[in-house]
Design a protein around this ligand. Sequence first.
Ligand SMILES: Nc1ncnc2c1ncn2[C@@H]1O[C@H](COP(=O)(O)OP(=O)(O)OP(=O)(O)O)[C@@H](O)[C@H]1O
Ligand SMILES: [Mg+2]
Length: 256
Amino acid sequence: MNALEIDRLSVRYGRTTVVDDVSLAVPAGRTLGLVGESGSGKSTIAAAAVGLVPLAGGEIRVGGIPASGRGAAARGARRSLQLVFQDPFSALDPRMSIGDSIAEALRATGRSWSRDARVARVRELLDLVHLDPDRAGELPAAFSGGQRQRITIARALAGEPSVLIADEVTSALDVSVQGAVLNLLRELQERLGLSMLFISHNLAVVRYVSDEIAVMRHGRIVESGPTEQLLDAPAAQYTWDLLDAVPVLGVRMADG
Ligand SMILES: Nc1ncnc2c1ncn2[C@@H]1O[C@H](COP(=O)(O)OP(=O)(O)OP(=O)(O)O)[C@@H](O)[C@H]1O
Ligand SMILES: [Mg+2]
């Protein structure tokens, strides 16, 4: 069973095709890594999946249910996808306490929440991402970059997604905290049985969290397969080049 299926997706901006006939599947409870150079179309796929850009062709399915269109089923399918954005500094409203930001995201569950239930759930979510629940009343400015990314992850989880789409979640962070955020995602995935589409231009980062990897270039998938198999013997020169670009970081993170 696939949690997310991207089936022959095409996206155009004006007359330029930036995603060209791309098919990807995220098996339930697994992480699919999507890697490729800047501008290859990775974020566009994420945006199309959650309905932020129109599809020029193809279909997105969540748990087998088509996610495009206006019907209740499609809305429900889109609701079970949550996106974590690249930049934890702009993703949070600076005037809203982090607890309120997370509480607001509970609406995505489609259920109504009593005040007590809301407060308890926010505390639980903060605890889940290893932040002190007693800090729920503080503003984003009181937190470091890595902590803010944990807050945006907690907010995404508030919507009870079946699939989390993480787009460059460590790119804006200091190298020193990148590993901790990646470890958190791995841990959450195991504990919650999450399915994840994990996007990064950094192959070392993708390799660290992904069961399978798809390599993207110029709007197309160049190759894909189970992580070890793909990286032991990449078929495409392009994948070798991506590997060459980041070997040291990869070793360090795997050790740490
Ligand atoms: N709103 C837009 N209008 C027009 N072109 C766009 C728009 N957004 C992205 N593009 C173009 O679409 C292509 C794919 O961009 P996209 O952001 O999906 O790449 P990416 O793989 O996520 O890159 P990065 O690694 O830098 O995040 C790029 O050529 C980009 O310039
Ligand atoms: Mg991007």
